[in-house]
Design a protein around this ligand. Structure first.
Ligand SMILES: [Mg+2]
Length: 117
């Protein structure tokens, strides 16, 4: 995990451009594809027990689907002009406001329910 997001983005852009696929990568198509690939991650859990799902750790098929999700996320962010690093830090700051440690520690409640504790 030593490559930067920029390096990884360039790798998927190169893969795309070598195949002349940018013409198919409008924002809507990338949003759809990202969610379809995320669904393929979920599909790996279909009809499986909790133990079978936990056994997917280290599974190559799960790694492949995670890579597909990341590839489309990088393409989507590139197409939309999103700096994923900045976006993640901004979202973590927002979530820290919504889920203060003092109210959310060890709890799985949605932020809207945390005021009740
Ligand atoms: Mg896939």
């Amino acid at each position: 995990m030593s490559e930067s997001l920029e390096d990884l983005t360039q790798a998927v852009l190169n893969f795309r451009d070598e195949r002349n696929w940018a013409q198919f990568h409008g924002l809507r198509h990338l949003m759809v594809s990202l969610n379809l690939e995320a669904s393929e991650v979920l599909e790996l859990a279909q009809w499986k027990s909790d133990a079978e799902i936990e056994a997917l750790a280290g599974n190559q098929e799960l790694a492949d689907e995670c890579a597909d999700v990341l590839a489309y996320l990088l393409l989507l962010a590139n197409r939309a002009g999103i700096d994923l690093t900045a976006a993640l830090h901004a979202k973590l700051a927002k979530n820290a406001q919504k889920y203060p440690v003092g109210k959310s520690y060890g709890r799985r409640d949605k932020y809207s329910a945390l005021g009740e504790c």
